[in-house]
Design a binder for this molecule. Structure first.
Ligand SMILES: Nc1nc2c(ncn2[C@@H]2O[C@H](COP(=O)(O)OP(=O)(O)OP(=O)(O)O)[C@@H](O)[C@H]2O)c(=O)[nH]1
Ligand SMILES: [Mg+2]
Length: 334
């Protein structure tokens, strides 16, 4: 755009550089170039809160977006991972990624406050996500300097209690969590603190295995969904390892066992160790492992669920398109 042609006097410069937020105005609200005072007072600005599912359509319809859904019981560390991911970009770039905006700044700030030193707490704590919350999606826009590509991410900040109430109940999972179907990544968050505890680790694994089984049995996935596992609070695991080296073999066995139990749906599950908000940040930096997670979202994953496989039997071959579809199935299910 040629700026010179639009700048004729000092007033024009003021208009060009002012950073007032322009609300959406209808042409009918503007009379002889003036906005009606009454209308101006009624206009609402974006609040920056977390978005409801319907509010996310504006983003997903317009731009390249990855939907990432962290699942797991209460206090396993879901919200802390989401808010730390945002906070990392406040200090610097992360790998090849630059912060390029967020429509939910207030949503992030509300959740981040307690994990910041400015809240003057001796240990950082994240407020529990309330059950049944409608505004659950946090939005982050990143720019990749290598590929010169902008990408939008939508993170669902769901309450662990809500998940716990739906374990083994396929029907209610289907009706209450139908939006999980839109996920590009389902991330199962295993609580590292509980895995470090010999008496609690088996229960922690069983709970997650059943939760995932319920989600997949409810059909809440598509050909685009990937499943990842995050071991959270890795600082605690690392601290316990010298006294109990069996934690590592338990995690390795858990991955194999999970793949076995979900084998009708998933081929291979990638595991990431994360310490989003370590207690003792001398050995682990805040956000340990998060860069690897972000990078994994831009590479093709091998854990793609076998969605085609599940629909093979129920599709009748009627047209040329169906024949081609079956041919693709034949290739992908060998
Ligand atoms: N030591 C340690 N503690 C962590 C870490 N990440 C999270 N926590 C703590 O774990 C607690 C629970 O974390 P949240 O992120 O609120 O857990 P959540 O899964 O969102 O919980 P719900 O909202 O109840 O479902 C908080 O007190 C965090 O400070 C970590 O990397 N290391
Ligand atoms: Mg939470």
């Amino acid at each position: 755009m040629d700026i010179k042609s639009t700048v004729k006097n000092a007033e024009d410069v003021d208009i060009l550089i002012n950073d007032d937020i322009e609300p959406n105005m209808m042409n009918s609200d503007i009379i002889d170039g003036f906005v009606s005072v009454e209308k101006k007072e009624m206009l609402s600005l974006a609040s920056g809160r977390a978005l409801s599912l319907s509010e996310t359509y504006e983003i997903t319809a317009a731009e390249k977006t990855k939907v990432i859904i962290l699942i797991g019981p209460s206090a396993c560390g879901k919200t802390t991972i989401e808010t730390t991911l945002y906070q990392l970009f406040q200090n610097s770039i992360v790998g090849d990624y630059y912060f390029a905006g967020s429509k939910t700044l207030q949503g992030y700030e509300q959740r981040s406050y307690y994990t910041r030193t400015k809240s003057k707490q001796s240990t950082s704590t994240t407020p529990r996500t309330s059950r049944g919350a409608q505004e659950t999606f946090l939005h982050l826009k990143l720019w990749n300097c290598k590929t010169n590509e902008y990408l939008n991410y939508l993170f669902a900040d769901l309450s662990g209690e809500d998940f716990e109430n739906h374990i083994a109940d396929v029907e209610s999972m289907q009706s209450d969590f139908n939006f999980i179907k839109s996920a590009d990544y389902i991330i199962a968050v295993f609580d590292g603190k509980l895995l470090s505890d010999k008496r609690r680790r088996n229960g922690t694994f069983e709970e997650m295995a059943q939760l995932l089984r319920t989600i997949f049995d409810a059909g809440l996935f598509t050909i685009h969904t990937n499943l990842q596992v995050v071991i959270s609070k890795y600082d605690i695991i690392n601290e316990c390892l010298p006294q109990d080296p069996t934690i590592e073999s338990f995690i390795t066995r858990s991955k194999v066992e999970l793949e076995k139990r979900l084998k009708t749906y998933v081929t291979n599950i990638n595991v990431y160790n994360v310490a989003a908000m370590p207690d003792n940040n001398t050995e682990f930096k805040v956000g340990f492992g998060i860069k690897e997670l972000i990078e994994s979202w831009s590479t093709t994953q091998s854990s793609r669920p076998l969605a085609f496989k599940n629909t093979k039997e129920i599709r009748e071959v009627k047209s040329e398109f169906d024949k081609l579809y079956m041919k693709i199935l034949g290739d992908s299910n060998e």
